[in-house]
Design a protein around this ligand. Structure first.
Ligand SMILES: O=C(O)CCC(=O)C(=O)O
Ligand SMILES: [Fe+2]
Length: 350
């Protein structure tokens, strides 16, 4: 598998993807697996405290890890195959939702972006147009028109019910849709990031790569009374994340925020932010968060993990070390080789 060029840059993953942050759902624990000996040494006692109290249970854990590592090793290949099968066999219900159009966007969002593009814009001025949540540096604004959300969910539902092959959105979410495989990247997510979100993040998160976001991973997560209800506390593999509520009809399921990943463990105060259909919550990827269980209905959210190669090339957020580059498909995990020019530079000097 060779690294693919998207725009001007070639993107890579970090080697840690096949060893680190393996999520054991039953024990609500992220682990690192290098060898069985290292794993026993690092986690046997902790797992025992968490209820993994028999040889069989420990064997089950080792099996789960081996399956997950295998899935990760073959992820790119499997993803390319699914994308090709989708292109050949899947007929969209609403083809126009795959292309970003101004009419899809909420008027207030367009006003905010227009403000940011103005040479006289300032962070203070921008903050007057956004709703700041109780959680630090979490911002809310309307993103899409209600009709667009309805059509997007109809499209995704139609895809879900089709026989086309489906991957899972990330390591923690079991249900949802990978938007690059479905063909949303080029004409929808990339222009949304470059033309609409980058102007905002440049003002809001200059210290976290917000001025030079140059790739993303976009997916839809789905919570249902018969499937995943909630999402454990975590941080994202992203510098900045946009989380937009797009439907369908649900109660509860708030997002909650704690400390930044790097902060020393303390008496964390958790702060909730409600999901409201059509509205987005923008937050730092390294801001720890989770989702409370829904108590009724079905909740669908569009998530865009936005990455800044300049930022992550220094330190991989998933292993906290200098990334060890491996080739990957498409935007991979957003790392680039030293010396390559960043794709988005128009907002870098503000
Ligand atoms: O369910 C949500 O709203 C949060 C999803 C999320 O944090 C993620 O997928 O990274
Ligand atoms: Fe997240």
């Amino acid at each position: 598998m060779t690294g693919e060029v998207k725009g001007k840059l070639e993107f890579y993953g970090c080697k840690c993807f096949t060893t680190n942050n393996i999520f054991l759902e039953e024990y609500n624990l992220h682990v690192r697996f290098l060898t069985e000996q290292q794993f026993r040494q690092d986690y046997r006692a902790m797992l025992l405290r968490l209820g993994c109290d028999s040889d069989q249970k420990f064997k089950d854990v080792l099996n789960k890890i081996s399956q997950e590592v295998d899935r990760r090793i073959h992820l790119d290949e499997a993803s390319a195959e699914r994308a090709a099968a989708i292109r050949c066999t899947y007929r969209p219900l609403h083809p126009h939702v795959y292309r970003l159009e101004e009419s899809h966007l909420a008027p207030q969002f367009k006003k905010i972006v227009e403000y940011c593009r103005n040479v006289e814009a300032s962070k203070e001025g921008l903050l007057k147009l956004l709703e700041e949540e109780a959680a630090t540096r979490v911002y809310r604004f309307p993103v899409f028109e209600r009709d667009f959300c309805r059509e997007l969910v109809e499209e995704l539902d139609h895809f879900e019910q089709s026989p086309a092959p489906k991957g899972r959105p990330n390591t923690m979410n079991n249900s949802g849709i990978l938007l690059d495989e479905l063909g949303f990247d080029e004409a929808f997510i990339t222009p949304l990031r470059e033309q609409y979100l980058l102007p905002l993040t440049s003002f809001l998160y200059p210290d976290c790569g917000g001025r030079c976001l140059d790739s993303h991973k976009a997916f839809v997560v789905k919570y249902d009374m018969n499937e995943d209800l909630e999402l454990s506390y975590h941080y994202d593999n992203a510098e900045v994340t946009l989380n937009v509520s797009i439907g369908k009809d649900f109660t509860e399921g708030n997002l909650y925020f704690g400390d930044m990943r790097q902060d020393p463990v303390s008496e964390t105060r958790l702060t909730e932010a409600e999901h409201r259909i059509t509205e987005g919550l923008l937050h730092r990827g390294q801001h720890m968060h989770g989702a409370l269980p829904i108590s009724h209905g079905q909740r669908w959210n569009l998530i865009i993990w936005m990455r800044a190669s300049q930022q992550r090339n220094k330190l991989c957020p998933m292993c906290n070390s200098k990334p060890s580059l491996v080739e990957g498909r498409g935007f991979a995990d957003g790392f680039t080789k030293a010396g390559e020019a960043p794709a988005n530079s128009q907002f870098m000097s503000q």
